[in-house]
Design a protein around this ligand. Structure first.
Ligand code: MLC
Ligand code: AMP
Length: 504
């Protein structure tokens, strides 16, 4: 029997007594504990009639048990479907309807509402709280601690991660066992992870960065992590002497730079700082180097592709670039319309192909087709250039997307909600440079004649419907939106007009 991804982890697993994770409240979990407890969770899933390929949707706070549940899904042949804890019931309703999960794991506080909402679907609802307790843990604790992993091949699905679409609804990116295994293997190798490493893990575990990049790399290296429920900059500085690596979004690094205790002495045990999910400003890279003596290693990826490029471990980590394509990843810059590859030095669409690239969007064959070229390259939606030395630079986005603190926000989703409000004629949502979040979500709104709706009223009207991080940090009222001759709103003019809005 073989289970492609879990076997890959097993093949690098250290002795069972070795540490896998230590939590911020002092709990220890060894590799042996992980094997035993993920086995119990896997048995629990089978008791709930989960069959290979069934989706297990999970919206829970970060805890070791949440991670064990991911591994249990892999071992039981289920498809792990993590959801941002900020999603509202309205947002969840769409995901559950689209993915048709067999099991939903949620916080006890939400269980009744969710059970009511999904009643006709027949999905089983079980609970897991921030301390790792709940009906799922209760059930699992009575079950055997060994498990015959369900057979899964390289192309079988391991996970579905939802990513918002520029138009229409969110799309579920289908990731196979080999998508995840191949990327983790390459990253361990490129970033020189060994079983001696200790990673500070302070990212959420419902997105690619915290779930796959951070966790799969640690499992694939047989290494350990300091598993933090939240990103607390003062605490992270205090943990540095006990760790060898940190992975984070740019907001982690700008916030850490505000800590007095961050200096060369504090960072002397660390061998690698990694940044990704959003552009790291060259000035942050420089400031970090001056304060700690370390060059942050920036890499580039996305939900659909895992990691595509990375600055080198040895050699120059060039600020403002995302480095070179990873081994096995083919990357080209193409004309956005025709897909024709462009000459080196020209700006165009970044397209990628390799074992890291997903198989398509869940139950959306048309959308899948539209985002791949005929020769199998995936159209990332990011605009880039490859410089004379081969470093990839991301220079913009061909998709209307805002990245705030590493979370993606699609303006269209917000605009539809705002435009539907009484008193609003139309709106344009833009990302404006923000010192903390990189980009701040900003709504530019035209009221209907005579209407008096306020920014606070707009935000409170969408509050129950959209996750908090999507809410505009500011609402600006204008008489009309700038349009080009085709009638299209010129967001570049708006971004320009408000570029100093969040300046400190
Ligand atoms: C929190 N808030 C945000 C926000 N995070 N608003 C906009 N953007 C965000 N990212 C809201 C809160 O709800 C709160 O609202 C207010 O802003 C201040 O909150 P905070 O306490 O300062 O935020 P905090 O909890 O500290 O979170 C900030 C953060 C977090 C940076 C630690 O956002 C985070 O963990 N980001 C990482 C996201 C990530 O993992 N991305 C990877 C995606 S994978 P109020 O008003 O109620 O106080 C991917 C692929 C790849 O992109 O390449 O990796
Ligand atoms: P997501 O859909 O949440 O996985 O976000 C993926 C997007 O994040 C990519 O398409 C890029 O636009 C962006 N991204 C990820 N890493 C970087 C980076 N290092 N620099 C700039 N943008 C990045």
């Amino acid at each position: 029997m073989s289970n492609h991804l879990f076997d890959a982890f097993r093949s690098r697993m250290p002795a069972p007594e070795r540490l896998l994770m230590e939590t911020d409240d002092g709990r220890w979990l060894s590799y042996g504990d992980m094997l035993a407890r993920s086995a119990q969770f896997a048995h629990a899933l089978l008791q709930m009639d989960v069959e290979p390929g069934d989706r297990v949707a999970v919206q829970v706070e970060k805890s070791p048990e949440a991670l064990l549940l991911y591994l249990a899904c892999v071992r039981a042949g289920a498809v792990f479907l993590p959801l941002n804890t900020a999603y509202t019931l309205t947002e969840l309703g769409y995901f559950f309807g689209d993915a048709a999960p067999r099991v939903i794991v949620c916080d006890p506080a939400k269980a009744a509402d969710i059970a009511r909402m999904i009643e006709p679907s027949g999905a089983v609802v079980v609970t897991l709280d921030r301390n790792g307790r709940g009906s799922l843990t209760d059930q699992a604790s009575r079950l055997p601690s060994d498990f015959h992993d369900v057979e899964r091949g390289a192309d079988d699905l391991a996970a579905i991660l939802y990513t918002s679409g520029t138009t229409g609804r969110s799309k579920g990116a289908m990731l196979s066992h080999e998508n995840l295994a191949s990327n983790a293997r390459v990253l361990v190798d490129q970033w020189r992870f060994t079983s001696g490493d200790v990673l500070i893990h302070a990212l959420p575990i419902f997105h690619t960065h915290g779930l796959f990049v951070a966790t799969n790399v640690i499992l694939m290296a047989g290494a350990a992590m300091l598993f933090e429920q939240k990103f607390d900059p003062a605490r992270i500085v205090s943990l540095l002497p006990r760790a060898t690596a940190l992975m984070g979004v740019p907001t982690f690094y700008t916030r850490l730079l505000q800590q007095d205790g961050l200096d060369r002495e504090a960072a002397k045990n660390i061998r690698l700082f990694v940044s990704g999910s959003a552009p790291l400003l060259a000035e942050t890279h420089k400031a970090w180097r001056e304060r700690t003596g370390h060059a942050i290693l920036e890499r580039y990826g996305m939900t659909e592709t895992n990691m595509n490029t990375s600055n080198p471990y040895e050699g120059e980590r060039r600020a403002g670039t995302v480095g070179f394509p990873l081994p096995g990843v083919a990357l080209r810059i193409a004309d956005p319309d025709s897909g024709k590859p462009l000459a080196q030095g020209q700006v165009g669409m970044i397209e990628v192909k390799g074992p890291n690239v997903f198989g398509g969007y869940w139950r959306m064959p048309e959308k899948t087709k539209a985002e791949f070229r005929a020769d199998g390259f995936f159209i990332t939606g990011d605009l880039g250039i490859v410089d004379a030395d081969g470093y990839v630079h991301i220079v913009g986005r061909g998709k209307d997307l805002i990245i705030s603190g590493g979370y993606n926000i699609y303006p269209k989703e917000l605009e539809s909600e705002i435009d539907a409000l009484d008193g609003v004629l139309e709106s344009a949502v833009i990302g404006v440079a923000h010192p903390d979040f990189g980009e701040g979500v900003t709504a530019v709104v035209v009221r209907t004649p005579g209407a008096r709706i306020t920014g606070a009223e707009i935000i409170s009207a969408i509050a129950g419907r959209l996750a908090r991080y999507k809410h505009p940090k500011q609402v600006i009222f204008v008489d009309e939106l700038p349009r080009n001759t085709m009638g299209k709103v010129q967001k570049n003019l708006l971004r320009d007009a408000y570029k100093g809005l969040y300046a400190t």
